[in-house]
Ligand binder design. Structure first.
Ligand SMILES: [Zn+2]
Length: 381
């Protein structure tokens, strides 16, 4: 059955040990780019509209818990990301770039990307006033804002609930079953009904400073749909309260109620111990789970246990990680053997219309774009 399905698939071009074939019109490509220094997701939408979500840069030395830089440390991560994008994009420019939140493993490389690739529209959680920042975030934000000013980048604040802020720029009429739904930003969460949102937190002025939402909880995130294919990405939101904390500190459960089932997710907060609660998993019940890892505590042992649990939700699921540390293997042990891949760029390639998709693992040790493995096809539900 599998060979027959493969033979019938419209895009069978990719082959193991060969360079990744180019994106083609109608296909949705979602590249989880591995630099070993933070997150970067590059989207090529069905009409060729391009979008980069995050460009992390932890600096040259990721510390004893970190992983090696990929392909190597000779260039900053933002430059590697821009070069990757230039190789795969149908035209060398970004229609959209977004920052989920203002931490170095998500934002610090964006100015380096923008120095090499034009960005037509920038979306972040804070434009134009950027309130609520911690002092250590200010230098990163200064560099980012200087870049926006120098390049005169058209910038907007991401708005929760909307499905018309990120749109197809080239041929929207050809793909009426494609949509990006903004789900949350600054703890304001889409309700799942029309464009309505609700604020998850009480009024800031009613909270002690230590109880106000931290940067991770302020992350922006969205649900991307193409026919029956649904993908969710929600930055570093946690799915737990702090010990003794208020119930509204759990951002994942509110997101899960709004978005419903998803074919594929990227683990929130890199699969850190405060993320990926059982309700979130049981509600989204993904077939494909991607963990963007750069530290020996990604994923947490108990998070991986939940992700793999048939009690949390039944049915098959494949788990992929970008860059698993040896220290994590030492601690977690054989459970990590159930991952389908633990090193490399991870491409979700969705066939025209969205009914089927594959996961393609791409070499991250050089710029050859060599295909290392192909998983699927998966059927969207
Ligand atoms: Zn992060």
């Amino acid at each position: 059955m599998l060979p027959l399905l493969l033979a019938l698939a419209p895009l069978l071009a990719q082959q193991v040990n060969q360079p990744l074939p180019a994106w083609t019109e109608g296909t949705l490509d979602i590249h989880q780019i591995n630099t070993g220094r933070g997150n970067a997701t590059l989207f090529i939408l069905p009409d060729g509209t391009s979008m980069l979500l995050d460009a992390g840069d932890l600096g040259r030395n990721a510390g004893p818990r970190g992983v090696p830089a990929k392909p190597d440390a000779s260039r900053p991560p933002g430059e590697w990301i821009a070069r990757y994008a230039a190789r795969v994009l149908p035209s060398p420019a970004l229609d959209y770039a977004l920052l989920t939140h203002f931490h170095d493993d998500h934002m610090a490389g964006m100015a380096d990307v923008g120095a090499r690739l034009p960005i037509r529209k920038m979306l972040d959680r804070g434009w134009p006033n950027y309130e609520g920042l911690e002092p250590y975030q200010v230098p990163m934000l200064d560099k980012y804002r200087a870049f926006l000013k120098q390049k005169q980048v058209d910038t907007e604040r991401f708005a929760a609930g909307r499905a018309n802020q990120i749109v197809l720029r080239r041929a929207p009429q050809k793909y009426p079953n494609f949509q990006v739904r903004n789900v949350l930003v600054n703890t304001e969460v889409w309700t799942g009904v029309a464009d309505n949102t609700r604020q998850q937190y009480p009024r800031m002025e009613d909270l002690a400073p230590a109880d106000r939402p931290d940067e991770n909880r302020r992350s922006l995130g969205f649900k991307l749909s193409y026919g029956k294919f649904d993908y969710g990405t929600f930055g570093d939101i946690p799915g737990r309260t702090r010990e003794g904390g208020a119930p509204w500190e759990d951002m994942e459960s509110a997101v899960a109620k709004a978005v419903g089932p998803l074919e594929a997710v990227i683990l929130n907060h890199h699969g850190n111990r405060d993320s990926t609660n059982a309700f979130y998993l049981a509600s989204t019940r993904p077939q494909v789970v991607i963990d963007p890892v750069w530290s020996s505590d990604h994923p947490a042992h108990d998070v991986l246990d939940r992700v793999l649990s048939q009690r949390v939700y039944p049915g098959p699921r494949d788990v992929f990680a970008t860059n698993m540390a040896q220290a994590n293997r030492d601690v977690i042990g054989p459970m990590l053997n159930s991952l389908k891949s633990s090193q490399g760029h991870i491409l979700i390639r969705v066939d025209p219309g969205g009914a089927t998709f594959r996961v393609v693992i791409v070499e991250d040790g050089d710029e050859s774009m060599k295909v290392l493995a192909i998983h699927g096809p998966y059927q969207s539900r």
